[in-house]
Every structure is written in structure tokens, then in C-alpha cells.
Unconditional design. Structure first.
Lengths: 347, 299
């Protein structure tokens, strides 16, 4: 697990905000003008939604050390709650629906986080599966959630923010980008605050944390609540901006594992790690299917492709765990340091 | 109201539940073997089960005699166990349990993918030659197949217990389970022991895969029986074979009874999560499960 040290002694002015700021500037000012529809719809929007889910899970698993296998359930809670608020309360701005959906998920998160007060490690991980199955069951069983639509598949409402409607691929991309930037910023602030340090203390040694006065139970439930809130908003983006439909089937156990992969491959307890991981998880299958059809042509039917994708993804995960257990984020750090020293050496 | 409670029917449901619980236990035992000796929750157990059953069925369909197919599949599972130790476990020695767990998730993707890439994705029927006729015990109907499965499970547990208790290899297993470093210090060969344990888990997967496969048909969804075994493990404790058995019986019985008697109030289909709720409710009282090791906290 990644070791996080609080940067307490640094007196020099820090320019660490520069790189993210530059990236955000590019994302707002350059990307909307150069991409194709495919880039926004198939890559960037799902990437943003999954990154945000990764950021949320990272607070819980990476920082607070509570492994959850039920992330997709909270995405589903978010998507369905936002849909229902939007549908049933007239004139409610979309942003309020989304916030309320996040709060719903936070409450659900606290309920399913209760076992964490007594359980550790794998016992807890397995118990979070209860959330996964229960939520999926409830959403399929009670058709009220999907407004009694016969097929269980429903259209997502249009994305509006402060009177501006975000339509088209670029609009949906900008909407997702804005939500992700704001929430990631808040999550990052939280992780570097006293609350974040409490999370880390609970993760590293619960008993020691209790002795130095960290309210362990409250901290754990807070981690579940905040993480569920963020994951729920990611679920809203996934359903409203990416799929543009709301259905329980998309939020299954595989999705939960996918989000866990994202933070493990990206690097636990690292905000940029969630983005690295999500980029890999979104781009990799596309690359593989292109590569597959290019190399093998017609031999590669969709069944074979599906299976080999699973195999390669599995192998990739194991390879990552062996070669770079601290994830892409730490790999990036190493590359940057090496580049930095190479530049310094030449100067 | 209690007067017209149908006790014969209740017992029938209870026995049916207990017997299907045995099927859960069968899967859970494979997990316990690996957790005991390497502290890993092996999520790939379900895909190993699928792989074993699929290999066996495909061999039989290609005209390989029953016994020979069993031996070949057995050998394949042992080889897979050794390969996993060589390529994955050895490279991840001394890594935190969550890392190893993720690795087994990766493994389950690989094994599932490989099984279906090699043998195809269609559903295979599997006939073990045991007719699924209900037997009548004084008005209580019990499935013959379930009885057979229970007998197999009992036999396997007996074998494993004898193996763990009376053989040198079993002793080595227990030593590793107790303390990996101490086991290394007295000269036990950890890689060899892990390979053996994974091979043993592969064999458990084969037996469980055949019984489940005969029940459900051999297909992808077979790998999902792990999800049934997990609450059993939580209830029984990840490191106790006895716990896996008792947990399986409890979960099986509770699930069936709930389905029959209270399922209608929930609109049915509660079996996907009911076992988890039972396990959780129980754990709130006893956090280390029925027979799991007590956690000792040190600072």
C-alpha cells in the first residue's frame, strides 16, 4: 500500500498546482475544439465518470483503508435517485437533483458501512457485496424506481446547469468535466486536511489511531458517506452523460471490480492515480479490439475478442501488481524524477 | 395458526436447505484451504471451478471415458496450481493481502477467459449418472442427488481432515498457516507448499464443479457460485473448514426457509442478497465468524 507522508516541513513555495491547472486549461480550452464525436462519447465522458468513481473509492479504500466491492451499487443509487428527483419534483434544478442523489447515496453508504465498525479486511470487503446485491435487487424489483417503465430502461433527462443546456457530445463532455473538476478538487482538499489524515491514521493502525484521539467509528462512517456521495455523482454522469439511459444492469459487480482496478492500477491514496487508472481501463479495451481485428482480421469474432480481452486484462492486472505495486501514479513520479535529473544533469 | 402449520413441509424445506448448504460448503472449502496457508481470499476459486467442470465435460463429450477424463482434469488442475504459484504467488511474496486479492481477481479473469476460449461458451449438460429422484423419508421428500452431494462433501472433509492431521504434508500446511516466517525458518519449502495447496484447491474445485455443473449445467454462470460461498465464509470464518461446513448448512437452511416463508413479502428473488444479510447480522454479534481466529490487537 502506498505510503502517504504529510508535507509538513516544506517551506519553499510549491508549484504542485501548476500541472493540474494546465491540464484543466487544456481540457476546457483546447479539447472541445479538436476532438471527434467518438473521442467525446466513447472515451472522454466514460473516462471522466470512472475517474470520479475512482476518486470516490480512493477516499474510502486508498485513504481510509476500507476495501469496498460495492461501488457500482452506489453509482446505481446516484443515477436512480437523481432520475427520480428530477422526475418527481417539478422545477428542481438538475444540480440539486444530483446533490440530493449524492446525499441519498451517502445515507445508503453509512448503512452499508456500519459493518466496518466491527469487521476488518476481507470480512468487510465481502460484506460490502451485500450493498451490491441488495441495491441491484431493489432497483430491478421495485419498478417505482424506474417509473414503471416496462423495459426497465429509461431515458436520462437533458443536462442543464444554471439555465444553460449541455447538448451534443461536447456539451456532455464539458458538463462531466466541470462536475469532475469541482468534486476532485474538493476530494483532494479533504484528503490533505485533518479529516484525510484521520483516514490515513485509521488505515495504518486503527488501535494507534484510537489512542491518539482519532474518533475511529465516526471517521470510518464519514469515509463511507463521502466516498458514496462522490461515487453516486459519478454514477449520475455515467448514466446521464455517457449512456444517456438509466438501467440497473450496467451497475453490476463487474463495474465494482472495474473501479477497484482503477484505483489499484492507478495507485492507492493518489488523486492523479484514479485518472491514470481510469484512462487505462477505458482506452485499453478499445486498443485491444482495434489491434485484434487488425492482426487477426475475420478470425477475431466478438466472442473470442471478449474472452481474450478478459485474459489480457487479467494478465495486465497481475503484471501491474508485480511490477509496480504502487500503481501508475508512482511510475509517473519515477519517470518525472528521472527526466528532471536528466535535465538538471545537462544544465 | 400454529395448529395448521405444516411440519412435514417445514422439515422438507429445512432438509432441502441444509443439503443445498452442503453444496455451498463444497465451494467454500476451496477458499479455506488457500486462505489458511497463504492468507489470501482467492477470488479465482469460482473460475477454477468453471475451468475444471468445463474441461471435464468437454473431454467426456469428445469420447474420453469418465474415469480418464477425471484423471486428466485432475492433472490439469494440479498443473494450474503449480503454474499460479510459479508466476503469480512467488512474485508477490510478502505483499499485503489486498494486493494478493487483486491478483486473484486478475487470475479469475484469465482462467474464465481461457476456459471459454478453449472450450467455447455454449452450455453443456453434465450427467453424473445419479438420478435426481426424491426419496420418501416418512412423508419428507429428499432429493437423491442432494444426498449424494452431501456424502461427497462429507467424504472430502473427512479426507482433508485426516490429511491435515496425520500426514507430514498436512503438518507442514498447518505450520505455514500458523506462521509463515517460522515455517520458513525451520526449513519448510514455502513455494512447494503453496503449489500443493493451490493444486488441492483445484481438486476441490473439480469436485464442486462437477456437482454444481450437474445441477446447473456447465456454463459461465458456474463461476458465480463463489458469490454464494462468500457469505458462508464470512459466517464460518475464512480459516476454518469446520466453519465452512457449519456456515454452509446455516446459510443454506436460512436461505431456503426465508425464500419459502417470507420471500413473498419481498416479492421474491431475495436469494441474491439474503445470505449476506444473515452473515452480516451474525457477524455483528461475533466479528470473527463462527470458528474464525480471534483477532489480537497490538500497537
Amino acid at each position: 500500500m502506498a505510503v502517504v507522508t504529510a508535507d509538513l516541513h516544506s517551506t519553499q513555495p510549491s508549484y504542485r498546482w501548476l500541472a493540474p491547472a494546465a491540464l484543466i486549461a487544456v481540457a476546457y480550452l483546447v479539447v472541445p475544439f479538436i476532438g471527434s464525436t467518438y473521442l467525446y462519447e466513447a472515451i472522454l465522458v466514460p473516462f471522466l465518470a470512472l475517474s470520479l468513481a475512482g476518486v470516490g473509492l480512493n477516499l474510502l479504500t486508498g485513504y481510509a483503508g476500507q476495501v469496498s466491492l460495492g461501488s457500482a451499487a452506489f453509482m446505481a443509487v446516484g443515477a436512480f435517485a437523481a432520475y427520480n428527483f428530477n422526475l418527481r419534483v417539478d422545477g428542481l434544478p438538475l444540480i440539486v437533483s444530483i446533490l440530493l442523489a449524492g446525499l441519498c447515496a451517502a445515507v445508503v453508504g453509512i448503512v452499508f458501512g456500519l459493518p466496518s465498525l466491527r469487521l476488518r479486511g476481507f470480512y468487510l470487503a465481502v460484506s460490502t457485496l451485500a450493498a451490491q446485491f441488495f441495491v441491484q435487487w431493489a432497483l430491478t424489483k421495485f419498478s417505482w424506481f424506474s417509473n414503471d417503465s416496462a423495459s426497465g430502461v429509461i431515458d436520462a433527462p437533458p443536462l442543464t446547469l444554471a439555465g444553460v443546456e449541455f447538448t451534443g457530445p461536447v456539451g456532455r463532455y464539458l458538463f462531466s468535466l466541470t462536475v469532475v473538476v469541482v468534486l476532485t478538487f474538493l476530494a483532494h482538499r479533504l484528503a490533505t486536511s485533518q479529516t484525510g489524515r484521520n483516514f490515513i491514521a485509521v488505515r495504518d493502525n486503527e488501535t494507534a489511531a484510537r489512542i491518539i484521539g482519532v474518533p475511529v467509528l465516526k471517521t470510518k462512517l464519514l469515509a463511507f458517506a463521502i466516498s458514496s456521495f462522490i461515487i453516486a455523482v459519478a454514477g449520475v454522469l455515467w448514466a446521464f452523460a455517457y449512456l444517456r439511459t438509466v438501467e440497473p444492469a450496467g451497475f453490476n459487480l463487474d463495474r465494482s471490480f472495474q473501479i477497484l482496478f482503477i484505483i489499484i492500477i492507478g495507485g492507492l491514496a493518489s488523486t492523479r492515480g484514479a485518472f491514470f487508472g481510469a484512462a487505462l481501463i477505458v482506452v485499453f479495451p478499445l486498443v485491444l479490439s482495434r489491434l485484434g481485428s487488425f492482426l487477426l482480421g475475420d478470425l477475431f469474432d466478438s466472442g473470442v475478442l471478449d474472452m481474450s480481452q478478459r485474459i489480457v486484462l487479467g494478465a495486465l492486472i497481475i503484471l501491474f501488481l508485480i511490477l509496480e505495486p504502487d500503481g501508475l501514479s508512482s511510475l509517473w513520479g519515477k519517470i518525472r524524477r528521472r527526466l528532471g535529473s536528466a535535465v538538471a544533469g545537462r544544465a | 395458526m400454529m395448529a395448521d402449520f405444516d411440519w412435514a413441509f417445514f422439515i422438507e424445506v429445512l432438509v432441502g436447505g441444509l443439503l443445498s448448504g452442503v453444496m455451498y460448503s463444497l465451494v467454500a472449502i476451496g477458499f479455506v484451504l488457500i486462505y489458511k496457508t497463504s492468507g489470501v481470499l482467492n477470488f479465482a476459486q469460482g473460475s477454477m471451478l468453471l475451468f475444471a467442470a468445463l474441461t471435464f465435460v468437454s473431454l467426456v463429450e469428445r469420447g474420453v471415458p469418465f474415469a480418464l477424463a477425471f484423471v486428466i482434469t485432475f492433472a490439469v488442475m494440479v498443473l494450474i496450481g503449480i503454474a499460479i504459484e510459479r508466476t503469480v504467488l512467488r512474485a508477490l511474496t510478502n505483499k499485503p493481502p489486498i494486493t494478493l486479492f487483486m491478483a486473484t481477481l486478475g487470475l479469475s479473469y484469465i482462467i474464465e477467459g481461457a476456459a471459454q476460449l478453449i472450450w467455447g461458451t455454449q452450455v453443456h449438460g453434465l450427467d453424473l449418472g445419479i438420478e435426481d429422484l426424491p426419496l420418501d423419508f416418512g412423508g419428507v421428500l429428499v432429493s437423491q442427488f442432494d444426498m449424494f452431494a452431501a456424502a461427497v462433501a462429507a467424504g472430502m472433509v473427512a479426507l482433508l481432515s485426516i490429511f491435515f492431521r496425520y500426514t507430514r504434508v498436512g503438518l507442514a500446511f498447518r505450520a505455514v498457516a500458523d506462521d509463515q516466517f517460522a515455517a520458513l525458518a525451520v526449513g519448510l519449502k514455502l513455494p512447494w507448499i503453496w503449489a500443493t495447496v493451490w493444486a488441492a484447491a483445484g481438486i476441490v474445485a473439480l469436485v464442486a464443479g462437477l456437482l454444481w455443473g450437474a445441477r446447473l449445467g456447465v456454463q459461465f454462470s458456474l463461476s458465480l457460485v463463489v458469490l454464494k460461498a462468500l457469505p458462508v465464509l464470512v459466517l464460518g470464518g475464512f480459516d476454518s473448514i469446520l466453519g465452512a461446513i457449519v456456515g454452509g448448512l446455516l446459510i443454506g437452511a436460512a436461505e431456503k426457509l426465508a425464500e419459502v416463508y417470507i420471500g413473498e413479502y419481498f416479492g421474491g428473488g431475495i436469494e441474491s442478497w439474503f445470505a449476506y444479510v444473515v452473515a452480516l447480522a451474525f457477524l455483528l454479534i461475533r466479528p470473527s465468524g463462527l470458528f474464525g481466529q480471534k483477532l489480537v490487537e497490538r500497537v
